[in-house]
Every structure is written in structure tokens, then in C-alpha cells.
Design a protein around this ligand. Structure first.
Ligand code: 9WN
Length: 423
């Protein structure tokens, strides 16, 4: 891989920079997204460390009073995206100065902040800012276990597919059948005007996404009530794996920043969740599965969400099995890691999270596998990721069979991951 790709990636980051935050891509996503920003900060750091910290600080400036960090911050008016600020209606209900969405996203911030500090040329210069952010991330982690694990089972639930970041994964299909669609306000989608509708979620899925938003809104976005009131409550191993890694990384960083209480709390959260994660392991699939918290059943859907826990520190036998799983998938596609098992008849190679490859997910899996000693699998993922850029440019996601670029173009976090892969 040659330097021009690095230069092209840097150009995309600059192009999507709105001063104190970046947009995922022009047109399709005109606001700030939570996990996009945190992962983008890693790429930004290679260009301008100060700007990288600002990216995360801007997101956390919109943390809710209860500790949640929303999945979208609507910094500007733009009707190019649906559902916009008026649909969520959080600002009037909660008295927020800037409107946000009312749900959250995968908590990569703890990991991202720790990595920024590890890599910093001058960590002492950023220590004060890191301390403030560590406190805010600790409050977010506390929110997760208070509001999304009210019975103290050790793992947190998502209440909306958008929270997982893997919006239309096959993982949600069965649980989604419980979500009604009656009574939702008429609406016009915008995503299908920017991207190929065949590569996006269906209308039926959008109706259910909207029903959940309207349901939570009708309850005043009161997170002390939403968990038990949601017909969709799923424990996603990928989401929890990310949370475990962020708790563990935040704990280590807090030690270095002389914040012993934050360190102890997050070490404890990571340990408890790692133990609880074991209940999601499925020997038959050779990976983790989602758990439907309403029925108590594991969901028989072999998605990349069940491989993503490789990002966290796992018992060695689990990491080894996940590496073997990626190697086995590599035999079925041209580009790893498909977001769903191609052997499943529901696999859909170009439809968003039902088959395509996403570079951010590749990065997280490769990072964890490398740390666990599975160098060759990690290297294969890195190699495939960079080949996708060469053949398809900086797309939002790609077909795993032939590398077809899909969704939005000139995509920020794809560019950030390329910068990371080229380090
Ligand atoms: C809803 C911004 C986001 C990503 C998600 C991805 C997609 C939004 C959408 O885009 O979701 O949040 O409207 O489709 O699934 O992971 O954060 O890039």
C-alpha cells in the first residue's frame, strides 16, 4: 500500500471537518455521530492531536444530565437526514441547548481516549483534558450499567437497532417482530435519496425504527423507565465487547492519570461483564450470539457482532476460536470480515449490515486479535481492508464477495481506519 492512500484519507478527514466535529459523510449524514467521531479521532490524531481531542470533547459536551452520550448531535439544521431533531424532540423535553437523538451507540470512547494518550507525543500536555474526559466516560459507563442492566446481570441491553451501530443486522429480525408499526406519523426517508435503496434497510424496518423512537419520546426519554418498557431489548455481544474493552482501557488510563476511583470502578465493570459474556458463547456457531432479554433466549444468527468481542481481552480459548472463525469465513468471501455468515440463507451481500464488510469493525477485530497473538488473522483483515480501498475507494461499506463499494462515498471513519491501518 502506498502513501497516496494516506494522503487521500487525510484529505477526506479535512473535507468532512466542520471545525469542532466531523460529519460521517457529506449529504447522507450531516451531523455528528457518536462512535464515528471517537474512531475518527484516531485518524485525526495523525494529522493534529489537538483536533483529535476536540472531536471527542465536542461529543461529550452534549452528554445528557443522566450520563447518556447520544448517538447523534444535531449541531446544525439540515433536512437532508431523517429522522431529524424535530422527530426526536429531545431539546424541548429535556431542556437541552443543542438537540440530540435520544439513544446511544457503541461506547468506543474509553478505548479511543486511552489510545490517543498512549500514542501522544506529549501526553503531559493533554493530561488535564484527558482527566475531564475520563470522568465523563466513567459517568457514561455508569449510566450503561444503571439504565441498561437494571437487574445487575453484568451485560447491557440495547433498546434500538441503531444503538448497536449495526442497524439492520439479521440479529434483530426476530426480536423486531414484537415491535408494532401502527400509529406512527407519516414520514419521508432521506437516506434512499443519497444511497442505493437496495443497499439500505427496508421500509418495514424503518417503520419499526420509528415506532421505537415515538414510543421512547412519549415516555419523555426517561431512561429509568425505557429499558423495561421497550419491546426490543437485546444483549449484543459486540456492543458489550466494546464496552468491556473501553472499561478496561479507561481503568488503565485512569491509573496513569492518578484517578484511582475511576480505575477501580471500570476494572470491576470489565471483570464482571467478561464473566457474564460467557453465557453468550455458542459452541455450535463457534462464536458469541445475541441474547433476547425479553424471552431470555440466544438468537441463532451468526453475525459479526458475535466476533467483535475479540476486541476485548478474552479467555485465550475464546480469542483462538474467534480467530479460527474469521479464517473460516475468509474461505467463503474475497474480503474479510463479512457482517454476516455467507452460509446463512438470510445473508445479503450488499444490504448494509446483513453481509457487507465495514472497515471500523475490521479494525476493532484485528486490533483485539493482534493483541491476543493471532497475528496472521489480524494481518489478513488489515490486508483485505486496504485492498478494498484500492478497488472501491473510501466507501461506507463493501460487498465481501467482490468488493463493491456501497452506501455513502468519501466516508470519514473509513478514511480514519485507513490511516490507522497504514501506521
Ligand atoms: C443511524 C453514521 C451511522 C453509523 C452507523 C450506521 C449508520 C445511521 C443511519 O450510519 O446508521 O445511526 O441512518 O443509517 O449503521 O453505524 O454510526 O455513519
Amino acid at each position: 500500500m502506498t502513501r497516496p492512500d494516506y494522503a487521500a484519507a487525510a484529505e477526506i478527514l479535512r473535507e468532512n471537518d466542520r471545525g469542532a466535529y466531523t460529519v460521517p459523510t457529506k449529504g447522507l449524514y450531516p451531523f455528528q455521530w457518536n462512535w464515528d467521531s471517537c474512531l475518527t479521532a484516531l485518524g485525526l490524531a495523525a494529522l493534529d492531536e489537538d483536533r483529535a481531542f476536540t472531536e471527542i470533547e465536542t461529543l461529550f459536551a452534549h452528554q445528557w444530565p443522566d450520563g447518556m452520550v447520544p448517538h447523534i448531535v444535531f449541531h446544525v439544521d439540515d433536512d437532508g437526514y431523517f429522522p431529524g431533531a424535530d422527530v426526536w424532540n429531545t431539546a424541548p423535553i429535556l431542556g437541552l441547548a443543542t438537540p440530540t437523538s435520544g439513544i446511544t451507540q457503541p461506547p468506543v470512547a474509553g478505548f479511543a481516549l486511552a489510545r490517543l494518550m498512549q500514542r501522544s507525543a506529549d501526553p503531559a500536555a493533554f493530561a488535564d483534558r484527558a482527566r475531564v474526559l475520563a470522568g465523563a466516560i466513567d459517568r457514561w459507563h455508569d449510566w450503561f450499567f444503571r439504565c441498561r442492566d437494571p437487574e445487575g446481570q453484568g451485560l447491557v441491553a440495547i433498546l434500538h437497532p441503531w444503538e448497536s451501530g449495526r442497524d439492520n443486522s439479521i440479529d434483530w429480525d426476530t426480536a423486531f417482530e414484537r415491535v408494532p408499526t401502527d400509529g406512527i406519523a407519516p414520514y419521508t426517508r432521506r437516506d434512499t435519496q443519497h444511497a442505493d435503496p437496495e443497499h439500505r434497510p427496508t421500509k418495514d424496518q424503518y417503520d419499526r425504527y420509528l415506532w421505537l423512537v415515538e414510543h421512547f419520546r412519549s415516555m419523555g426519554w426517561d431512561n429509568t423507565r425505557l429499558h423495561d418498557a421497550s419491546p426490543f431489548r437485546v444483549v449484543d455481544p459486540g456492543f458489550n465487547g466494546i464496552l468491556i474493552r473501553s472499561c478496561a482501557d479507561l481503568a488503565e488510563l485512569a491509573d496513569r492519570l492518578d484517578l484511582p476511583e475511576i480505575a477501580a470502578r471500570n476494572r470491576d465493570r470489565a471483570a464482571r461483564a467478561t464473566t457474564a459474556l460467557e453465557a453468550l458463547w455458542d459452541e455450535g456457531h463457534g462464536q458469541y450470539l445475541c441474547l433476547d432479554r425479553v424471552t431470555g433466549d440466544l438468537i441463532g444468527s451468526a453475525s459479526v457482532g458475535g466476533i467483535l468481542p475479540a476486541f476485548a481481552t478474552l479467555p485465550p480459548a475464546r480469542s483462538a476460536a474467534l480467530a479460527a472463525r474469521v479464517d473460516a469465513l475468509a474461505g467463503q468471501v474475497q474480503f474479510t470480515v463479512p457482517s454476516h455468515d455467507p452460509a446463512d440463507p438470510r445473508f445479503d451481500p450488499l444490504r448494509y449490515w446483513r453481509g457487507p464488510v465495514w472497515l471500523i469493525v475490521n479494525y476493532l477485530i484485528a486490533d483485539g486479535l493482534r493483541a491476543a497473538g493471532h497475528e496472521s488473522t489480524a494481518e489478513r483483515i488489515r490486508h483485505d481492508s486496504l485492498r478494498l480501498i484500492t478497488t472501491g475507494g473510501f466507501a461506507e461499506y463493501y460487498g465481501p464477495r467482490d468488493g463493491t463499494p456501497c452506501g455513502g462515498g468519501r466516508f470519514t471513519w473509513t478514511a480514519a481506519m485507513v490511516i490507522e491501518f497504514l501506521r
